[in-house]
Design a protein around this ligand. Structure first.
Ligand SMILES: Cc1cc2nc3c(=O)[nH]c(=O)nc-3n(C[C@H](O)[C@H](O)[C@H](O)COP(=O)(O)O)c2cc1C
Length: 189
C-alpha cells in the first residue's frame, strides 16, 4: 500500500440547476482545498455524470465517478437547500456507489438564499451519509444569503468564509488521515 500518496478530497457540486449559486461555493471550496500541500482535489459536477433515470443504485454506476470515489480519502458535498432537502440529482448520484464510500470522511457545505446556510439540508443529508458508510465530521460550512457572498463572476465578497472553510477543512483532513490509517492498518475482525 502506498501510504505516501497525497490525500485526495474531491468536491461534489450537487445541483445541475441553470444559474446555480452553489457552483461559486463549490469552486471556492476547491480552491481552498488546493491550497493545502499534500492534498489533491477536483470538482465533480452532477451535470457531467450521465445517469439513467429509468433505474437507480449500483445498476447505473458511472465508472469514472466510481473510480474517483474509490480513490478518494474524503468527500466534500456542496449542496443547495431545496425545500429543506437535497437535490434529487445529488441523491441519485450518491446512490450509485456503496463500497466506494466505506470508512471515508465526508464534510458538507450547505448553500441557501436564506439565512440558515443550508442547515436543514445538511441535517437531512446526515442519515444518508451514515447509511452509505461515510463518516461525518462536526464542522460544516453554511453559505447563507449566497447571492450576497459572491459577485457575478464568482468572486468571494465575504472574507470571513476563508477562515470558516479552513476550520472545516482542518477537521476533515484530520479525519481523512485517521480513516485512511484505519482502512490500511486496522482489520475489522
Ligand atoms: C426548488 C428550489 C427550492 C428551494 N428551497 C429553498 C429552501 O428550502 N431554503 C432556502 O433557503 N432556499 C431555497 N431555495 C433557494 C436556494 O437556496 C437558492 O437558489 C440558492 O441560490 C442555492 O441554490 P442554487 O445553487 O440552486 O442557486 C430553493 C430553490 C429552488 C430552485
Amino acid at each position: 500500500m502506498n501510504t505516501n500518496r497525497a490525500i485526495f478530497i474531491p468536491v461534489i457540486l450537487g445541483t445541475p440547476r441553470q444559474g446555480r449559486m452553489s457552483e461559486y461555493a463549490a469552486k471556492f471550496v476547491v480552491g481552498q482545498v488546493a491550497k493545502h500541500s499534500g492534498i489533491e482535489t477536483e470538482l465533480i459536477d452532477v451535470r457531467d455524470i450521465p445517469l439513467s433515470t429509468t433505474d437507480a443504485g449500483e445498476a447505473i454506476k458511472d465508472s469514472q465517478f466510481s473510480e474517483t470515489v474509490m480513490r478518494a480519502d474524503a468527500l466534500i458535498i456542496v449542496t443547495p437547500e431545496y425545500n429543506h432537502g437535497y437535490p434529487g440529482m445529488l441523491k441519485h448520484l450518491l446512490d450509485t456507489n456503496l463500497k466506494e464510500y466505506i470508512h471515508k470522511a465526508v464534510g458538507i457545505c450547505g448553500v441557501s438564499a436564506g439565512g440558515f446556510g443550508g442547515t436543514r439540508v445538511i441535517q437531512n443529508l446526515l442519515p444518508v451519509m451514515r447509511e452509505l458508510g461515510l463518516v461525518t465530521i462536526f464542522w460544516d460550512v453554511n453559505f447563507s444569503s449566497v447571492h450576497k457572498l459572491f459577485d457575478d463572476s464568482g468572486t468571494l465578497l465575504d472574507q470571513s468564509y476563508i477562515q470558516r472553510t479552513d476550520k472545516f477543512l482542518q477537521e476533515l483532513i484530520w479525519m481523512a488521515k485517521v480513516l485512511r490509517y484505519g482502512r490500511e492498518n486496522v482489520s475489522l475482525e
